[in-house]
Design a protein around this ligand. Structure first.
Ligand code: KIV
Ligand code: NA
Length: 270
């Protein structure tokens, strides 16, 4: 069994080759994605994608741990990172450590990810120096939706300067990589040039050191909304709808199950 990528191996890819990352929430999907990915993120996007929540704000630590465990059962080589959900790390660095330790101990994942800029740098440093590898997440931060809404970032020089400082603070604090979400290309390029660890972009241009997408978005499975940065590499939703329609038709017409799906009594069983 090949060894999984650790956080340090992800960091070492900066300047070597692009980092390939996708989200994963379940064991069977993890088995399909793992051979093609350097990093799999158990993202709190599972709140919308799996649970029908409107935002990630309602996602709980228990949900993240359950799905972290499921992904770890399927991951062979990719580095597995679990999102810390809203409310599980912002209160204090001690709260963040306690909950990050639960995630690592109960799932066996390699690292956690948390959203935030300069205001979270002290927390990132506290975790990293105590044995918790951390991936940062700057730019558009979905857990801040109630404060800021969803909109692409870095259009004004003032906003760009703040996000650049945020990324630099998280990089200096010891994050092994930083997700950059929903930011204009020049800013993503500047951040990528100015921090020592890889940037993993989502809606943040080709200038980043790697890319991540929500798997269900790029597979065409989740379509409640589709941001501009999502490319559909497959369109699976119609295939599932067609299969359900065909099944319903065969049940109603009694053509399924057929003889090949039916158990007969074993001869001489009594
Ligand atoms: O929750 C998530 O899926 C994410 C990524 C898309 C970066 O945070
Ligand atoms: Na997330």
């Amino acid at each position: 069994r090949p060894k999984r990528f650790g956080p340090a191996a992800i960091t070492a890819l900066k300047g070597q080759r692009p980092i390939v990352a996708l989200t994963a929430y379940t064991t069977p999907m993890t088995k399909l994605l793992d051979p093609h990915c350097d990093l799999l993120l158990v993202g709190d996007s599972l709140g919308m994608v799996l649970y029908g929540l409107e935002t990630t704000v309602g996602v709980t630590l228990e949900m993240m741990i359950a799905h972290g465990q499921a992904v770890m059962r399927g991951a062979a080589t990719a580095c597995v990172v679990v999102d810390m959900p809203f409310g599980s790390y912002q209160e204090s660095k001690e709260q963040a450590f306690r909950n990050a330790a639960r995630i690592l101990k109960e799932t066996g994942a390699d690292a956690v990810k948390l959203e935030g800029g300069a205001e979270m740098a002290e927390t990132v440093s506290f975790l990293v120096t105590r044995g918790v590898p951390v991936c940062g997440h700057v730019g558009l931060m979905p857990q801040q939706v109630n404060a800021t809404g969803y909109r692409s970032q870095g259009h004004t020089e003032g906003e760009a300067a703040k996000i650049r400082r945020d990324a630099e603070a998280i990089g200096k604090a010891g994050a092994f990589a930083v997700v950059v979400e929903g930011t204009v290309e020049p800013l993503a390029r500047e951040i990528t040039a100015s921090i020592a660890v890889p940037t993993i972009g989502i809606g943040a241009s080709p200038a980043c050191d790697g890319q991540i997408l929500v798997s269900d978005d790029m597979l065409g499975l989740f379509s409640d909304f589709r941001p501009r940065f999502v490319k559909r590499f497959a369109d699976l939703a119609p295939l599932i709808a067609q299969a359900a329609e065909a099944y319903a038709e065969e049940v109603r017409s009694r053509t399924f199950p057929g003889p090949e799906h039916t158990f007969r009594r074993r001869p001489g069983a009594d």
